[in-house]
Design a protein around this ligand. Structure first.
Ligand code: CIR
Length: 258
C-alpha cells in the first residue's frame, strides 16, 4: 500500500511525565526526544509523505504516540478509545485532523477500549491484539466495523506477555507477505501463512519498525535486523529512538500513515 499522508504530534514539554512501564523504564529527555521526532518527520518526508503536524499537548504527555488514537484503512477512519485513562481525551484532536481526509469516521464506544498500537494491517486484513489497553469489547467493536467495511480480522490475545505493551510492540508487517516479530511473541497462529523474520531477544525493541512506501524505517542500534533487511535488498532508514523507547513507544506509534 502506498502512503501519501501522515499525521504527527511532537512531544510536549512534559513528555517525560507520560506512562512508562518497567519495559521502557521512563526518564526521557524531552530535548533529545524533540530532536529525534524532527528526524522522524524528515524520514517520513524522504519516504514521500506529506505531514500534518498537530500542536503539542501539555494535557496529554503521551499524545506524541498518535497511532493509538485511530485505525485507518483505505477510505475509512476509526477513532479509538484509548485504554489508559490519562489518554482517553487524546483522540478528539485526531478526529478533527482526520475530517479533512476521510468522509466517514467511525468511533469505538464505551465500554470498549482500543489502542491503535494493537492493530496491524496486512494488505487489507487486520490482526487485533487483546492487551492491557484493548479489551474484548473494543476488539469486538473494531472487528464488526472492519467487517462492515469489507475487511477480515483475527484477534490475538497478548495479555499474558510481560514484554508486549501492544501487539505492534512485537510485530510489524513489511508487505509482500513478510513480518518482523520478536522471538517470544505469541502470534504463531495468526502468522501461519506468512514469512516471519524473528528478531533476537537482544533486539526485541527493533521488532517495531515501519514500511513506508519504498523504505523500511527501523530503530538505530540493532545491527542484526539491519543486516537481515539490507541483505534482503530493502532500503533501510535508521532513526534514533532512545527517548521514545524509554516511554514504551516505537516507530509505528509516532504517526498515523495513510
Ligand atoms: C503509553 O503507555 O501509552 C505510552 N507511554 C506509550 C504508547 C506507545 N504506543 C504504541 O506502542 N502504539
Amino acid at each position: 500500500m502506498r502512503f501519501t499522508q501522515a499525521i504527527v504530534r511532537p512531544p510536549a514539554a512534559n513528555f517525560a511525565a507520560g506512562i512508562a512501564s518497567a519495559i521502557g523504564g521512563g526518564g526521557a529527555d524531552v530535548t533529545l526526544a524533540l530532536a529525534q521526532h524532527a528526524r522522524y518527520c524528515a524520514a517520513l518526508r524522504t519516504c514521500g509523505l506529506q505531514l500534518t503536524r498537530l500542536a503539542a499537548d501539555l494535557r496529554h504527555p503521551d499524545s506524541t504516540f498518535i497511532e493509538d488514537t485511530a485505525v485507518l484503512s483505505a477510505g475509512a477512519a476509526i477513532i479509538t478509545r484509548p485504554g489508559a485513562a490519562s489518554r482517553l481525551a487524546e483522540a478528539a484532536a485526531t478526529l478533527e485532523s482526520l475530517r479533512g481526509f476521510f468522509g466517514t469516521i467511525h468511533e469505538i464506544k464505551a465500554p470498549g477500549t482500543l489502542d491503535g498500537g494493537d492493530v496491524c494491517e496486512i494488505d487489507g486484513d487486520f490482526v487485533i491484539g487483546l492487551s492491557g489497553r484493548t479489551n474484548e469489547e473494543g476488539a469486538r467493536q473494531l472487528a464488526a466495523l472492519l467487517t462492515n467495511l469489507g475487511h477480515k480480522s483475527v484477534v490475538v490475545d497478548i495479555r499474558a506477555s510481560s514484554t508486549l505493551l501492544h501487539l505492534k510492540t512485537g510485530l510489524s508487517y513489511l508487505g509482500d507477505g513478510v513480518f518482523v516479530a520478536s522471538a517470544d511473541a505469541p502470534f504463531e497462529d495468526a502468522l501461519k501463512r506468512f514469512e516471519v523474520i524473528r528478531v533476537s531477544p537482544a533486539e526485541a525493541y527493533a521488532a517495531n519498525c515501519i514500511r513506508v512506501n519504498d523504505h523500511i524505517v527501523i530503530a538505530a542500534g540493532y545491527p542484526e535486523l539491519l543486516a537481515i533487511l539490507t541483505a534482503r535488498g530493502y532500503r533501510v532508514l535508521e532513526l534514533g529512538m532512545s527517548e521514545f523507547r524509554k516511554m514504551d513507544g516505537g516507530l509505528s506509534c509516532l504517526s498515523l500513515r495513510f
